[in-house]
Design a protein around this ligand. Structure first.
Ligand code: FDA
Length: 454
C-alpha cells in the first residue's frame, strides 16, 4: 500500500462501507476498503439485526440466505405503555446474521476488484487546496499517507474523518447528544419457544425506556433465540439502558432461566440526515451521515441506500475526472428524494413523541388517534396527513386532552413543511446555505411553538 494512490478509499467496512464497496465493484476503479476490525468481526456492531425486505428489493442487493439469515419477519407488534393496546403492522423483513451478511458484500466487492485490508486504522484526512486528497492510515507495521481522489467516511457514529473537516463544510455538522439513542441489547436463548416468532415486538414506555423503546425480536429460524434490547434518549441524563433492561424487562417470567449468548450496546443517531453527504473529494455514509430512521432506529437499510446514492455519484465523478462537491452533489439529491425527506419528517415526529407522557401515549393508542394503517404510512413515507388528525379531532370532540390533539395537528403541519423543504433540496452547493438556514429555522420554530423548548 505504501506510496500508492487510489481512486476511492473507504474508511470502515460495516454495512455502509461494505455495501458502497459492493456498488463500486467491477468498474475498473482502484478502490481500497479498510477496517480496524479483522475480517471475521466486521459488521459486528450491537444491533437488533432486523431489516425490512423493501430496502433489499429497492436496492436490488442480494437478500440474506443460508447462514446470513437468522429469521424471517412478517410484521411488528407495537405495545402501549401499559401493554393493554397492541398495534400490529404487517410487513416482510429479515433477522440477519449481521457479520455474515456484511461479509457477503465484502466478498463480492473483492471478487469485483476491490482491495480489502483488515486491522487498519484510518487516522486522519489529508486536505489540500480545499479538497480531500487522501488519508493517513496505520497498521501494526507502519503509519503512512495514502493518496486518493475520493475518501468515504463509513466509520459509523464515531465519524472519525467527517469530524476533522473544516467547520464551514456541511459534512462537519456535529451530533447533538439529545438527537441520539443509547441502546443496549442481549441475545438470549429462552427456555421455551416463543409464540409467533415471525413477529417482532416493540414496547413503548417512558418509565422503562424514556425517549426510546424496548424490543423483543425473535430469530425465527433458531428456536428460542431472541434479541432483546432497550434504547433511551441520550443527552438528557437518562438511566443507562442496561440498568433499565435488567430492572424492568429481564425480570419478566419469559426470561426466567434464559441463557445469555451475547451482550453489547452503542449509540445511534436518531435525527434528520447530515445536511450534505458530500464535499470536495469527500463523502459520508451510514451512521456517520446520520442516516438512521429517527423513530425506530433502524439504520442498516438506509445506510445501504446512502452507499448506493454516493456510489452512483462517485462513478460519474471518476468517469468525468471531477471530484468537486458540485459534481458529487447528485448523491444528496438521490438520498434526500428517496429517504432524507421522510427522515426529516420523522425527526419532527420523534421530537414530539419524546415529550409525551405514558398517559398521553396510552390515550393516543387506546383512542386510535392515529390508526395502525396511518402509522404504517407515517413510518413508510413520513406523511402524517392533516386530514387524519382532523378526523380524530372531530371524532374525539368533547373528550379529554384537546391540547394533545391540537399539538398533533401542529406536528402534522410541520412534518409536511419539512418534508417539502427536503424534497426541494438545492440542485447545487451554490444554493445550499439558504436551504440550510431555512431547515434550521423550521426545526427551531417547531421546537419553540409546538414543543415549547429548544
Ligand atoms: P458501523 O458502526 O456498523 O460500521 C462502522 C465500521 O467502521 C466498523 O466496522 C468499525 O470497525 C469501522 N471503523 C471505525 N473507526 C475506524 C477507523 N478509524 N479506521 C478503520 N475502521 C474504522 N439497525 C437496523 O437496521 N435494524 C436494527 O434492528 C437495529 N438495531 C440496533 C440496535 C442497537 C443496540 C444499535 C446500537 C443499533 C441498531 N441499529 C439497527 C442501527 C444499525 O446497527 C446501524 O445503523 C448500522 O449498523 C450502521 O452501519 P454503519 O456501517 O454506518 O456503521
Amino acid at each position: 500500500m505504501s506510496g500508492e494512490s487510489y481512486d476511492v478509499i473507504i474508511a470502515g467496512a460495516g454495512i455502509a462501507g461494505s455495501s458502497i464497496a459492493y456498488f463500486l465493484r467491477n468498474r475498473g476503479f482502484k478502490v481500497l476498503l479498510l477496517d480496524i476490525k479483522s475480517f471475521n468481526r466486521v459488521g459486528d456492531k450491537p444491533c437488533g439485526d432486523a431489516i425490512g425486505k423493501h430496502h433489499i428489493d429497492e436496492l436490488r442487493v442480494p437478500p440474506p440466505t443460508g447462514k446470513e439469515l437468522s429469521g424471517l419477519v412478517r410484521g411488528i407488534d407495537i405495545f402501549s405503555p401499559y401493554e393493554d393496546i397492541r398495534y400490529r403492522i404487517l410487513g416482510d423483513g429479515f433477522e440477519i446474521n449481521r457479520i455474515s451478511y456484511t461479509q457477503k458484500f465484502i466478498i463480492e466487492a473483492i471478487k469485483g476488484g476491490v482491495e480489502f485490508k483488515e486491522k487498519v486504522r484510518v487516522l486522519k484526512l489529508i486536505i489540500s487546496n480545499g479538497f480531500v486528497s487522501g488519508a493517513v492510515i496505520s497498521d501494526k507495521e507502519s503509519t503512512k499517507k495514502v493518496r486518493s481522489k475520493i475518501v468515504v467516511d463509513a466509520t459509523g457514529v464515531a465519524r472519525v474523518l467527517a469530524r476533522q473537516c473544516p467547520r464551514d463544510w456541511p459534512v462537519s455538522e456535529e451530533l447533538d447528544p439529545k438527537d441520539t439513542n443509547i441502546a443496549y441489547r442481549e441475545i438470549r436463548k429462552l427456555k421455551e419457544p416463543i409464540d409467533e416468532p415471525e413477529i417482532l415486538r416493540i414496547y413503548i414506555s417512558n418509565k422503562i425506556a424514556p425517549g426510546g423503546y424496548w424490543w423483543l425480536f425473535p430469530y425465527s429460524l433458531e428456536e428460542g433465540l431472541v434479541n432483546i434490547g432497550l434504547g433511551v434518549q441520550g443527552g438528557v441524563g437518562n438511566q443507562h439502558p442496561k440498568a433499565q433492561l435488567y430492572r424492568y424487562v429481564l425480570t419478566r417470567s419469559i426470561f426466567k432461566e434464559s441463557k445469555l449468548i451475547e451482550a453489547g450496546g452503542a449509540s445511534v443517531p436518531t435525527r434528520r440526515p447530515l445536511p450534505s453527504l458530500v464535499w470536495n473529494g469527500f463523502a459520508v455514509i451510514g451512521d456517520a451521515a446520520y442516516t438512521v430512521n429517527p423513530i425506530h432506529g433502524g439504520g442498516k437499510g438506509s445506510a445501504m441506500l446512502s452507499a448506493y446514492c454516493v456510489a452512483e455519484a462517485i462513478i460519474s465523478a471518476l468517469n468525468e475526472g471531477d471530484y468537486s462537491a458540485r459534481k458529487l452533489w447528485s448523491a444528496n439529491l438521490c438520498y434526500m428524494q428517496r429517504y432524507g425527506a421522510k427522515q426529516a419528517a420523522l425527526d419532527i415526529f420523534r421530537i414530539f413523541l419524546q415529550q409525551l407522557s405514558d398517559d398521553d401515549l396510552e390515550y393516543g393508542m387506546r383512542r386510535k388517534i392515529i390508526k395502525e394503517e396511518d402509522l404504517n404510512i407515517v413510518s413508510l413515507q413520513g406523511d402524517l396527513e392533516l386530514s387524519v388528525v382532523e378526523k380524530a379531532m372531530r371524532l374525539l370532540a368533547g373528550l379529554s386532552r384537546p391540547s394533545l390533539l391540537l399539538k398533533l395537528r401542529a406536528v402534522a403541519k410541520y412534518m409536511n413543511i419539512i418534508k417539502k423543504h427536503y424534497l426541494n433540496y438545492p440542485k447545487s452547493p451554490m444554493h445550499w446555505a439558504v436551504w440550510k438556514a431555512r431547515s434550521d429555522e423550521i426545526i427551531t420554530e417547531f421546537k419553540v411553538k409546538v414543543i415549547k423548548s429548544r
